[in-house]
Write a protein that binds this ligand. Structure first.
Ligand code: BGC
Length: 256
């Protein structure tokens, strides 16, 4: 069992959230602090927002940080839902380390949420192929075989046909929670659309189980009854804390 505490941070399209995670419990042991995600194109603004959270906790230990894009060797490769695309090519772990004097580890946000669910939540002790989906500003996906992560799966960017415009666009531009809100869709209407996406990803990778997380996970009673896919499917247990908890877990794994 893991021990100790790590500061977990989850960078989202609208907010940067952070909290102290007790790794033995797999839970937050502090309040969850949120600062708005900077709209500026300058990556330093995002690093400032992260430093604000580190300072608020007077944190001196390890930091795990979930990022909403592809992360390879700690370098940001994509950032579909952030205005600050200049961040691409940045070694974010190094930059956070320089600013805060803390060791940091960066991981894709959906991978982080998936790890938290597999270690402590809805996927605990589950073998076989598990697909985690996070539905929020974008759609994040993470794949696990017997609990082992295959990183940076980007099924939110599968091209699908948008009936409203008859154009092929990224799936997250049709099915995300942000699109549900922007189009004022009822939960039933949104879920009936979302089922098409679910059936598509199910047929592409044949998971034994799908875990639905992100902003929608806490609204289960509103949509889950309309879900229709030929595969076991459950909602995430750790709700909007999963990204923070998983990022903290990964930092403790990787920063020895
Ligand atoms: C990004 C993914 C991310 C997801 C959820 C997508 O636009 O490409 O890397 O996991 O949004 O934030």
């Amino acid at each position: 069992m893991k021990k100790g505490k790590v500061l977990g941070i989850d960078i989202g399209g609208s907010g940067v959230k952070g909290g102290i995670v007790d790794l033995a419990k797999g839970e937050l042991v502090s309040e969850r602090i949120r600062v708005p995600t900077p709209k500026s194109r300058d990556p330093n603004m995002l690093i400032d927002a992260i430093a604000q959270i580190v300072d608020a906790f007077e944190w001196k230990g390890k930091i795990g940080c979930g990022f909403p894009g592809v992360v390879r060797s700690q370098v940001i490769e994509t950032a579909a839902n952030l205005t600050g695309k200049k961040i691409i090519g940045t070694n974010l772990a190094e930059e956070i380390g320089r600013r805060t004097n803390c060791d940091a580890w960066i991981i894709n946000d959906a991978d982080a949420a998936g790890i938290a669910e597999m270690q402590y939540g809805a996927g605990k002790d589950i073998k076989g192929l598990v697909l985690m989906l996070t539905v929020g500003t974008g759609i994040g996906t993470a794949l696990f075989q017997d609990g082992v992560l295959v990183p940076n799966l980007e099924f939110g960017h599968l091209k699908m046909r948008d009936k409203l415009t008859s154009k092929n666009v990224d799936a997250e531009k049709i099915y995300s929670d942000a699109i549900r809100k922007a189009n004022d869709l009822t939960w039933r209407a949104w879920t009936e659309r979302f089922n098409k996406y679910l059936r598509y990803v199910q047929a592409l990778c044949w998971p034994d189980l799908i875990i639905l997380g992100g902003g929608i996970a806490s609204k289960k009673e509103k949509f889950f009854k309309y879900i229709d896919v030929d595969c076991d499917i459950i909602t995430a247990k750790l709700e909007n804390r999963a990204g923070i908890i998983g990022a903290a877990y990964m930092a403790s794994e990787k920063l020895k």
